[in-house]
Design a protein around this ligand. Sequence first.
Ligand code: ADP
Ligand code: MG
Length: 357
Amino acid sequence: MPTIDQLQINNFRNFSEVSLTPGRGVNLIYGSNGSGKTSLLEALYVLSSGKSFRSALVGPLIKDGAPEATVYVSTTESAKLGLSKSRNKKAQLRLNGENQRNWDQVARAFPMLVIDSGAFDLLEGGPKIRRRFLDWGVFHVEPTFLDNWRRTVKCLAHRNSLLKLGFPKSDEIRAWDAELSVAAHAVDAARAAYLAKLLPLFERVYSALVGGHTDLSVQYKRGWPEENSLDEWLATNRELDIKYGSTQAGPHRSDLEVKIGSRKATESLSRGQEKLLVCALKVAQGELLSAAVGRRCLYLVDDLPAELDSQNRQRVMKHLLTLGSQLFVTSVEAEAIDLNAFHDAEITRFHVERGTI
Ligand SMILES: Nc1ncnc2c1ncn2[C@@H]1O[C@H](COP(=O)(O)OP(=O)(O)O)[C@@H](O)[C@H]1O
Ligand SMILES: [Mg+2]
């Protein structure tokens, strides 16, 4: 991750016009409820990925009454990235003076990880959230992943539209089965390989955070039975797919199973413990990214103190700092995180007050 040394936000959420110079270490953003802390992190995230982590709609991101929102960053390596989002027009994204048709290149160059109030969803929510977590990592370390993933999406769409007709032409659907199966096995292999590298890192961070060994396990479920190739499964379960009008197995059905002993982790852990687990997973992702492709990711940590006692806040901060990443951390009270304990860290504080910094 290049280090952001300049950030400008215009007409985004409750910010009219804000310009700030982040530091390379911890940027602590503090201020009362509703002042704009989450919005600041959200602006960075939208810039790097095109999406918000808390709204599926574009409208709410643009300041009420304004025609468009813009976010701009420059980095210490002289990269320049700008985005404008308007209510009715397509978003405009520019990297180093060049218009970007999509976020592929930007997302790769600006890897960002979020730890926010939705962190629990990774454990408590549906499989889609866990696939997104996994695929974020695979996308960044395995260059062929995106193409294979797009092929599975294309094949599934074609296949499902044939299934919905009820009496699919057998030859046509067989052709999609074959192509889907090839792409799906590549997606599955990349996910499994990524998780195999991630887990040892995760286990080390997690046991350091919770202070000892636990019988926690994370298992990858690929979305179709282990004993079949996807092609075989699709051929023998055609009737089922026709009944539902969509493909019932494949990489769009894979999941991560997080257990403590034989029980689901969510049945045993407190909210605070769940947050630590998610923090450990995300720290491990940052570590693996550095190790695999030599790139650091930027962390957006919204309301770090929420659910964590002071000792655990410090532990999480310590691990994040060890990564050498640029951090944007928010808190209502500046004192809720004792940053003085980290002597070597470069700390920059920003006080947000009703849309001004
Ligand atoms: N599109 C918008 N236009 C103007 N204000 C908005 C818009 N969307 C949200 N807000 C306001 O922005 C404020 C900041 O929200 P938020 O960033 O979530 O605050 P914090 O994280 O500091 O508690 C809230 O008061 C919210 O009502
Ligand atoms: Mg907030």
